[in-house]
Design a protein around this ligand. Structure first.
Ligand SMILES: [Fe+2]
Length: 242
């Protein structure tokens, strides 16, 4: 129910609906893109067990952004597996607890409603700081899975990032594009620090996607879209009117 098999990778739906992607690196290790909320390390553990992970290979956790439903079990995963944590240079200070979590932005219906709840930003913030082993920035190619191209896609958070895995033609967008209702959209405004920037980032992603062949679109929430060019094109048309 929580796990879907997408051929060269698995997708786990975290308890707070944030997606976790697990890819075998082929040498006994695994690359995770995001790790869900604090309890989701249990789902990751059972998936790794089903994939015969024997703890001799390395685990690399690549984070799209610091939100609790994407990076919430990062500290646990780092401790359990001695995992290496990768994050954008602007997300690292929040992940490491050196900067405050700007979780809610008091915008849109959801943001204004949730902002009225006392202590909500503590509840939805990063539960446990985690050391970041490697930082990256726009245009970097991470030495994982034969090369993961980094695109800085800010707006949802300042350091939100997307990754293109060229070998399998997979685009991981984090919450720069979401598919919660099986319909590509921008992230929720109330959870985004700069919605105009979020729209520009999504547009940039759709433009990049139109120049490359994308076989799988892996968003931060919702199902994987296979052969997503038509949906991305339609989304791009909507963004241009926005
Ligand atoms: Fe998010």
């Amino acid at each position: 129910m929580f796990v879907s098999d997408c051929g060269s990778f698995k997708k786990i739906t975290g308890l707070a609906t944030g997606n976790i992607y697990i890819v075998s690196s082929g040498d006994g290790g695994f690359v995770l893109v995001d790790c869900g909320g604090p309890p989701d390390f249990l789902l990751i553990e059972s998936s790794l067990r089903s994939l015969d992970f024997n703890r001799t290979g390395e685990i690399h956790l690549v984070l799209t952004h610091f939100h609790f439903d994407h990076a919430g079990s990062a500290a646990r995963i780092r401790r359990l597996y001695k995992a290496k944590i990768w994050a954008h240079e602007q997300e690292a200070p929040v992940l490491e607890g050196r900067e405050e979590v700007p979780t809610l932005y008091n915008k849109g219906v959801i943001g204004r409603t949730l902002s009225a709840v006392p202590f909500i930003s503590h509840i939805t913030g990063m539960p446990e700081p985690v050391n970041v082993d490697f930082t990256f920035s726009d245009g970097d190619v991470l030495p994982l899975l034969g090369g993961l191209e980094v695109m800085h896609t800010p707006g949802h958070t300042p350091g939100s990032s997307s990754f293109f895995w060229g070998k399998e033609k997979v685009l991981f967008t984090g919450d720069a594009i979401i598919n919660t209702f099986r319909f590509l959209t921008l992230p929720t405004e109330g959870f985004s620090c700069d919605f105009t920037l979020a729209r520009d980032s999504a547009l940039r992603l759709t433009e990049m996607a139109s120049r490359k062949e994308i076989r799988y679109l892996c968003t931060g929430h919702g199902p994987v879209v296979i052969e997503p060019s038509r949906q991305l094109n339609r989304f791009r048309q909507r963004l241009l009117m926005f």
